[in-house]
Ligand binder design. Structure first.
Ligand code: SF4
Ligand code: SF4
Length: 304
């Protein structure tokens, strides 16, 4: 058994208990901060930046501008009659959060050690044992913090837990393999079959994810590919057919569809960040019946 560095630190923005949608059984999901992709529909935009940052609640803010006056980094300015926090300048000192009279600011993310995370995760060990669950690493993209991910996975195994991850697969092959060696079940997102469209929607090409997905299947790992179905991006029946063909060529037999939803909409407001999907309705099972049938017709056992 490899030694675990329990003092390894990482930045986590949420630890969610009793999840039943992030791998088998009842699970605790650890959300890593930092992602190399910029998916325009992202439901966790607070996960993208690999550092602690303030959320600003415009409903609570009374525009007193005290935060602007006290910020030691001059990271707050006034733009179109409201304050705006510049993430590149902010060092997450927390002064504005502590001093805001309206409690309109809140820090997102915190640095934690492997020991601190595992203390929370192990509180529900009995539920994992009864349900076949365990720990799931999510994000963001856990591969942005590979050392933290690795030590957390090793610690979980040492404590007898089943490990799972949700990944974009966007990492150099060596890093990807090193971390995945300690993952029992991989939930692997695939966003688009076409490299150009993948680039337009996520900011990066699909080459690395496809290469890593192929390598993972070739190694016989337990993998479930998942496709977020996004209106206007990859929701046509031709997209369904092309995605199914690509998955088949990789050796995939089944995949899960994740219909677009609006759970993250208000977070863009809290980050004072643009969101292209404000007026896009969520998709439901009935919207994806034809999409499912096309994939099944192409030989992929697709489900929601
Ligand atoms: S200190 Fe608080 S209430 Fe005042 S402008 Fe800043 S966020 Fe708004
Ligand atoms: S957390 Fe600190 S550096 Fe960041 S905006 Fe607030 S006062 Fe400025």
């Amino acid at each position: 058994m490899s030694e675990v560095n329990f003092e390894q630190k990482g930045i986590v923005f949420n630890i969610q208990k009793f999840s039943v949608n992030d791998g088998p059984g009842i699970r605790t999901v650890v959300f890593f901060k930092g992602c190399p992709l910029r998916c325009k529909w992202c439901s966790n935009p607070e996960s993208q930046l690999p550092k602690v940052q303030p959320f600003w609640d415009r409903q609570k803010c009374e525009d007193c501008r005290h935060c602007l006056a006290i910020c030691p980094q001059h990271a707050i300015s006034v733009e179109i009659n409201h304050i705006h926090i510049h993430p590149s300048l902010c060092n997450a000192c927390g002064l504005c959060v502590a001093e805001c009279p309206q409690k309109a600011l809140e820090l997102q993310g915190q640095e934690m050690t492997v020991t601190e995370v595992m203390e929370v995760v192990m509180q529900d060990k009995v539920f994992y044992e009864e349900s076949g669950g365990g720990i799931t690493l999510s994000g963001g993209e856990m591969l942005m913090q590979p050392d933290f991910a690795l030590e957390l996975l090793k610690a979980a195994h040492e404590m007898g837990l089943h490990t799972c991850c949700e990944t974009t697969g966007y990492a150099a092959a060596e890093r990807f393999e090193k971390v995945m060696e300690h993952v029992d079940y991989i939930l692997f997102d695939l966003k688009h079959w076409d490299a150009k469209k993948h680039q337009q929607g996520t900011g990066v090409s699909n080459e690395l994810p496809i290469k890593n997905m192929k390598a993972t299947f070739a190694k016989g790992k337990t993998v479930l590919p998942r496709i977020p179905v996004i209106p206007g991006f990859n929701d046509s029946l031709d997209d369904a057919a092309q995605l199914a063909k690509l998955l088949k060529a990789i050796g995939v037999e089944r995949c899960q569809l994740l219909p677009f939803h609006q759970f993250g909409e208000n977070k863009y407001d809290l980050l004072d960040q643009e969101y292209d999907y404000h007026d896009t309705p969520s998709l439901h099972r009935e919207d994806l019946e034809d999409y499912l049938h096309v994939m099944i017709g192409e030989g992929i056992e697709a489900f929601l």
